[in-house]
Design a protein around this ligand. Structure first.
Ligand code: NAD
Ligand code: UD1
Length: 335
């Protein structure tokens, strides 16, 4: 069975993917500097799967330590989640984002090169599409124009770096996964999204309204040209997303493949609030505020390539995601 190095594996999406990998018989090692996650996630992964992944608290910017891990690990594949992801912060600290995300990735690829590891999956984002003529994003669209943040540009630049490297190394097999909006938690309630600092994304903010740390949700504008006036996004349950990585791992081939991971079905902010209220049985305090700069009215994935070539599609709904998020929050409160 394959052995996989998961960078950022104690983070939100990485931990769910580590669980899927372990449950499907893969051997897993994690490298994470714990900047945005907690060491206790390793215990939770073990509770869910009955297997404890080897954990290395190492920063990808420390090329020497990273080399040692890759040299000793004899990995077949690397799934690369580690990165900074706060869009607003990236505008204020662009150099931190370029150094961490891009230098970290180059260090990782160099280490893989030295040690003959040739399978690589990267966490990219729908943000690379920038602004398009159509809100349904498909992999054949040109990327890189009108990207709204340095964070988004790191994703775009890394995609190009990976493509260039796979041209130079014909044995290299790369998959760039463009995630849409990941939400939800593991149904066990043992892992979920637990960001440090002040969250910016919709679900973490809803979670903080639920636990009382934020008084009410601000709906960023209800005058968009959508049916109910609020923005629409393609929300994807994190367990479906994790399974998308498994599917990609099973279909690696020489060169760079690119896939959207989304449901193809957008939901509005008001629909998300209604789904949360249905799952919790409680009203969510909210008010309509001004638009947020840089928000697009709507976009969603065309997920047909992943379905056709990977045999993967989403099966969980926003209702499932709300139920699992609430279960996770209740478990966190109990402990
Ligand atoms: P996360 O912050 O929960 O996980 C990222 C992990 O990487 C964290 O545990 C952090 O400590 C670690 N990390 C960061 N820099 C590191 C470094 N230099 N060395 C070692 N570890 C480092 O984020 P997530 O939501 O799980 O996202 C995972 C990946 O998916 C990121 O690359 C992110 O940009 C991408 N992505 C996320 C979303 C989303 O909405 N969550 C959407 C699209 C793409
Ligand atoms: C944001 C980022 C995007 C990034 C993505 C996932 C911006 C402009 N875009 O996208 O680059 O890839 O997160 O990390 O930051 N909303 C509210 N009130 C809130 C928070 C959000 O109404 O308090 C609305 C937003 O207007 C949006 C929707 O909820 O319509 C989802 O927001 P969010 O979770 O931030 O995701 P994106 O806007 O898709």
């Amino acid at each position: 069975m394959k052995k996989v190095l998961v960078t950022g594996g104690t983070g939100y999406i990485g931990s769910h993917t580590a669980v899927e990998l372990l449950q499907n018989g893969y051997e897993v090692e994690i490298v994470d500097n714990l900047f945005n996650s907690k060491i206790t996630v390793v215990d939770q992964i073990e509770k869910i799967t009955g297997k404890r992944p080897v954990f290395h608290q190492v920063d990808l910017l420390d090329a020497t330590q990273l080399d040692q891990i890759v040299a000793n690990g004899h990995f077949d594949s690397v799934i690369h989640f580690a990165g900074l992801k706060a869009v607003g912060e990236s505008v204020e600290k662009p150099l931190d984002y370029y150094r961490n995300n891009i230098t970290g990735t180059v260090n990782l690829l160099e280490s893989m090169k030295k040690n003959g590891v040739n399978e690589f999956i990267f966490s990219s984002s729908a943000t690379v599409y920038g602004v398009q003529d159509s809100p349904e994003y498909i992999e054949t669209m040109t990327t890189g124009a009108n990207i709204s943040s340095p964070y988004g540009r790191t994703k775009c630049f890394i995609e190009e770096i990976v493509k260039d490297y796979s041209v130079a190394n014909p044995e290299f097999k790369a998959v760039l996964l463009r995630y849409f909006n990941p939400i939800g938690a593991h149904p066990s309630g043992l892992i979920g999204e637990d960001p440090n600092g002040i969250p910016n994304n919709l679900m973490p903010i809803i979670m903080r309204v639920m636990d009382g740390r934020i008084a009410k949700l601000q709906i960023y504008g209800d005058d968009y040209p959508t049916e109910d006036g609020t923005c629409r996004r393609d929300y994807i349950h994190v367990v479906d997303l994790a399974k998308g990585h498994m599917a990609a791992l099973e279909h690696m081939q020489a060169g760079t493949q690119i896939f959207n991971l989304g449901s193809g079905k957008p939901s509005s902010v008001k629909e998300m609030i209604a789904a949360f209220e249905k799952a919790s049985g409680e009203a969510l305090p909210c008010e309509v505020g001004p638009r947020r700069a840089g928000d697009l009215p709507e976009f969603w994935a065309n997920p047909s390539k992943a379905e056709r070539e990977l045999g993967w599609r989403t099966v969980l709904t926003i209702d499932d995601a709300m139920r699992d998020t609430i279960n996770y929050l209740n478990k966190v409160k109990e402990n």
